[in-house]
Design a protein around this ligand. Sequence first.
Ligand SMILES: Cc1cc2nc3c(=O)[nH]c(=O)nc-3n(C[C@H](O)[C@H](O)[C@H](O)COP(=O)(O)OP(=O)(O)OC[C@H]3O[C@@H](n4cnc5c(N)ncnc54)[C@H](O)[C@@H]3O)c2cc1C
Length: 477
Amino acid sequence: MTETESIAYDVVVLGAGPVGENVADRTRAAGLSTAVVESELVGGECSYWACMPSKALLRPVIARADARRTPGLSQAVQGPLDTAAVLAHRDYYTSHWQDDGQIQWLDSIGADLHRGHGRLTGPRTVTVTGPDGGHKVLTARHAVAVSTGTRAVLPDLPGLAEVKPWTSREATSAKAAPGRLVVVGGGVVATEMATAWQALGSQVTLLVRGKGLLNRMEPFAGELVAEALVEAGADVRTGTSVESVTRENGTVVVVTDTGDRIEADEILFATGRAPRTDDIGLDTIGLEPGSWLEVDDSLRVPGSKWLYAVGDVNHRALLTHQGKYQARIAGAAIAARASGVPLLESDPWGAHAATADHAAVPQVVFTDPEAASVGLSLAEAEQAGHRVRAVDHDLAAVSGAGLYADGYKGRARMVVDLEREILLGVTFVGPGVGELIHSATIAVAGQVPISRLWHAVPSYPTISEVWLRLLETYRDN
Ligand SMILES: Cc1cc2nc3c(=O)[nH]c(=O)nc-3n(C[C@H](O)[C@H](O)[C@H](O)COP(=O)(O)OP(=O)(O)OC[C@H]3O[C@@H](n4cnc5c(N)ncnc54)[C@H](O)[C@@H]3O)c2cc1C
């Protein structure tokens, strides 16, 4: 029988995705000894099965679409994408699913990596079951930060396991484009993967239960993305649910509630995420296994002095950049509390409170066209009781956009808080708008008065000129 090793640290981080890594970075920078526990690959979902591979697949797709909209260049890019080269580029960006580089980085900041499955086994205690079945007990003097992320949720359909459906993991790591791919879902993962695989050679059928795509954004985002997917050759069916799915002699057969029968080579379910908290010992500290972990703005679980939940697992905003923002805040809060300094006194910048989570979360959907938003949509602002006005502008009417792409199609909306004359939300949809969204994030997070936005002059001729047009539309109507 192996002996159980016990080690004490200031901080134990459970899960080494981008968020856990950043918590460790901050606590190490503050001089706190830090252990990081990881059961799969250091770098997490984002590095190997989410952000990095999906964006590596999409970048050539979007670049080709932009090139095809550029007179003088378009003739040169009418051919198909080199799918093998795109997949090789994706493999490079995932470091071929090896985490040596990230391990070196953890080493360079002086954090200790413990490979294995971590479970809370009581207050301030994490027990790690290593690959060899051995156990280590890690105790935390100041904090345990849970950043175990999420996993894909599959619907409860009889026999689904035998079909071997794709989740986001298979969709981002596939070694070849399936001839026919059914994508189920209408959110970010579904629309991005439908865009990628349709361009990489698959015939995609997108099955969406609701009325449209991207329903957490302004309605025009989903409309423009659906229109473009259809133009690209995908079959987009809204108001459709999967009733049954089987695999017959290798072929996937999908029957929908509208009576359609669709055959495909693979089926991807992009139908939501669940927190990876079902097997991390939450019951040993009085919390519900499998639940999202509620936190306050310092990312600490209410009622606890030592338990933090950071990133996807707290369900505030399932995005890498937002989780890393939370990690910087949690790290600083843990360090301040460890040194006995009250947060408010040690925090002139409000850097110990994740306020952006409530009002200024930016997101880019890397479809063609891109859809980018920050803050509240009109419907969300109205629902929250704000007195607002939506100001819209056609991006095609902006000279910089016309130069960016021939026949540019896109739209912008700002949601103005009429009481305070600041922006509560901004949405841009169109080619190249992903790089524009940070301007809106500054306006929303900074609560910049509209009267000052007049003095933020966009360069000519860029797509950013839409700011002037939005402000003029607000002033003149
Ligand atoms: C297809 C797809 C594309 C995406 N694209 C983007 C994008 O472009 N931009 C963006 O901002 N976001 C994107 N996201 C979201 C992004 O991936 C997540 O927000 C991000 O990965 C969250 O980071 P995290 O560290 O909280 O969790 P994760 O990245 O999920 O990392 C959690 C880590 O914890 C480990 N772990 C879990 N349980 C245990 C345990 N018991 N013991 C030890 N280790 C454990 C896991 O192995 C994992 O390594 C995308 C998501 C998907 C699915």
